[in-house]
Design a protein around this ligand. Structure first.
Ligand code: ADP
Ligand code: MG
Length: 109
């Protein structure tokens, strides 16, 4: 049997152009079409997934790493509309990360 390879779609651009809104609507449409969907937000504001969760924000991977020595996947993955898996990478906080360190840390988690 052929294995299913996950497809990744990246949406990027300057702030305020509707990335999060468009992405969440694409995620919702895909989950309603029967796909298993994970939306992974990379904005330091960690706000890409909140519309999938009724306006509720989830803790970002970097916030969890700041509070805990170890973070497992299930600590950072939350479900939203239709069962969409929601993750927010988060961003740099003053005094905690050296420039550039946050990006590599959140991608390694
Ligand atoms: N197609 C659209 N028409 C009108 N307003 C929109 C549209 N898409 C997004 N918005 C609004 O624009 C603002 C920025 O959208 P957002 O998705 O947060 O942008 P980004 O993620 O690129 O920063 C929000 O207030 C959102 O409700
Ligand atoms: Mg956004």
């Amino acid at each position: 049997m052929a294995s299913k390879k996950p497809k990744q779609i990246a949406i990027y651009g300057k702030g305020g152009i509707g990335k999060s809104t468009t992405t969440s609507n694409i995620s919702a449409a895909l989950v309603e079409a029967g796909y298993k969907v994970m939306q992974f937000g990379c904005d330091p504001k960690a706000d890409s997934t909140n519309t999938l969760r009724g306006g509720e924000y989830i803790p970002s991977v970097l916030d969890l790493l700041r509070q805990n020595a170890r973070v497992d996947a299930h600590d950072a993955i939350f479900q939203g509309f239709g069962g969409i898996y929601c993750v927010e990478a988060g961003g740099r906080s003053r005094g905690w990360d050296a420039p550039g360190a946050a990006s590599s840390r959140r991608l390694n988690c």
